[in-house]
Design a protein around this ligand. Structure first.
Ligand code: 5AD
Ligand code: SF4
Length: 320
């Protein structure tokens, strides 16, 4: 089993590993991924304080609770003061990094406001806070502007690396285009960001083969970071009607741990997030991810009045 890290991570191997649910194999896989993590990026866990700055979104992803078409959501937008205060508090409590996340918006006044906010956050603290942005698809020019303003990292999940599956989990129009999303990932790198991507695990219509391809996609792209998590049902989405076709929650959880562990073996030096969605399926979800190859946690530091409205899936806790 010690040869796990020296395996050839081709599609056949990945399908074999993702299908294998033998408990001694799983134990060894998770332990080996943990060892590789410690050897490559150290014991340290990196914390990013997550600020969900707005739940307004122009998109209608079929799986997401805050999709534009969900009229049950009460929409909010944090003020500049709220955001700067949350960032200041993050710094004061020892965070070196904050992450700004929101639904996707693309008008010029909005993108200019983000530029100003990034500049202001940079001026708050000394040494300056690192800034991760997760604000969806934007033009190359906007990415360049946000990077020049002080953005360091950008998370944009590809959601699935299969163009065909992508088209099944999104409306088919030009604001939900797989090709544009892929182009956006390339543009982020061109603009100078460290680039993170990721996928959901256990989506309707998703196969083990898709998941193997997702891992190969992240390796071939050469991502700097990865955030992936289990797909979770949300009762106000079109995908709610597929809830009976899903893998059990336990299986989605274990499959996510396997994806994290395999990615760590394939890409020893990247940052891998232990996602909040893992916590929803298991109270020790994040800890389990951290001992199976993950090394980043993003505690939610959004002010409480806003947090409860950022419900992308059922059961999203308001805890950190
Ligand atoms: N279950 C799990 N993850 C989801 N996301 C959106 N909807 C869901 C869901 N129902 C994830 C997507 C998106 C991120 C912000 O949240 O991967 O990129
Ligand atoms: Fe908007 Fe992101 Fe939800 Fe899609 S997944 S509807 S882009 S918040």
């Amino acid at each position: 089993m010690n040869s796990l890290r020296n395996s050839v991570f081709d599609k056949d191997f990945l399908i074999w590993a993702l299908t294998n649910s033998d408990s001694s194999f799983l134990q060894e896989l998770f332990a080996e991924a943990h060892r590789v993590r410690v050897e490559s990026v150290g014991e340290q866990i990196y914390f990013r304080g997550l600020i969900e700055i707005s739940n307004i979104c122009r998109k209608n992803c079929l799986y997401c609770g805050i999709r534009k078409g969900n009229s049950m959501v009460s929409r909010y937008e944090l003020s500049d003061e709220d955001i700067l205060l949350a960032a200041q508090r993050a710094f004061d409590s020892g965070y070196g990094y904050v992450a700004l996340q929101a639904g996707e918006r693309d008008n010029a006044a909005y993108t200019a406001r983000i530029t100003r906010l990034v500049q202001q956050i940079k001026l708050l603290a000394n040494p300056p806070l690192g800034i991760t942005l997760s604000l969806g698809e934007q033009s190359l020019e906007v990415y360049r502007e946000w990077h020049a303003a002080g953005g360091n990292r950008y998370l944009l999940r590809i959601e699935t690396s299969s163009k065909k599956l992508y088209s099944k989990i999104h409306p088919n129009d030009n604001i939900h285009s797989f090709d544009n999303r892929l182009q956006a990932l390339h543009n982020l790198r061109k603009a100078g960001f460290l680039v993170g991507t990721g996928v959901m695990i256990g989506l309707p219509f998703q196969t083990i083969e898709h998941l193997a391809d997702d891992l190969l996609f992240m390796r071939d792209f050469g991502v700097d970071m990865c955030g992936m998590g289990p797909y979770l049902d949300h009762n106000e989405t079109p995908f709610h009607s597929y809830r009976h076709t899903l893998y059990s929650e336990e299986k989605r959880f274990t499959m996510t741990l396997k994806m994290i562990a395999l990615l760590r073996l394939m890409m020893p030096h990247i940052n891998i997030v232990a996602s909040t969605a893992m916590q929803v399926l298991d109270p020790l979800g994040r800890e389990k991810a951290l001992s199976s190859g993950a090394n980043v946690v993003m505690p939610n530091i959004t002010p409480a009045f806003a947090k409860e409205n950022y419900k992308i899936y059922n059961g999203k806790t308001s805890a950190i």
